[in-house]
Write a protein that binds this ligand. Structure first.
Ligand SMILES: [Zn+2]
Length: 157
């Protein structure tokens, strides 16, 4: 296995994303750690193929692979040393997050990187960058084609 699997959980840094959608009850959040090498984008695609929710992610696997590999490539070309890729199924969308040790102001390094950022923004339903104590988390949501399930919010008494 070219990547190192991380902990699985139903909660993670991507909880800031899509708080109104229920999380998948079948597939917990999956993470993996990737080294800062040019092999990591390919390993990211392998990780997505193996770990994406089989129930809800089937139609989105190619788009999620593309987004994940471009996000990891961006982290690699910016010199990140610690890269974590995570997938969270929210039934109607997959939340892809890449956490790295870069600061927020990671402007594109070249024209290819400009295209990379545009590609992720075009394929994703929404994307953004959030600061963390040690760097940043870049998130992107990819629609699955499955009808979303609203999160059950307890009613006040
Ligand atoms: Zn799912």
């Amino acid at each position: 296995m070219p990547y190192q699997l991380g902990k699985t959980s139903t909660r993670g840094k991507d909880d800031v994303v899509g708080p109104f959608l229920a999380t998948c009850e079948l597939t917990p959040r999956r993470t993996c750690r990737l080294p800062p090498t040019l092999l990591s984008p390919g390993d990211a695609r392998t990780f997505v193929e193996a770990e994406l929710c089989p129930e809800h992610g089937r139609a989105a696997v190619n788009a999620v692979q593309l987004v994940a590999s471009e996000m990891v490539t961006h982290a690699v070309v910016h010199g990140s040393q610690e890269i974590e890729l995570a997938l969270a199924c929210r039934v109607g969308e997959i939340v892809v997050t890449v956490t790295d040790d870069q600061v927020l102001d990671s402007a594109p390094v070249d024209a290819t990187d400009v295209l990379r950022l545009a590609l992720v923004a075009k394929i994703g339903r929404a994307t953004g960058v959030e600061p963390t104590p040690d760097g940043e988390v870049w998130w992107c949501t990819v629609p699955t084609g499955v009808a979303p399930v609203p999160r059950q919010i307890p009613r006040p008494d």
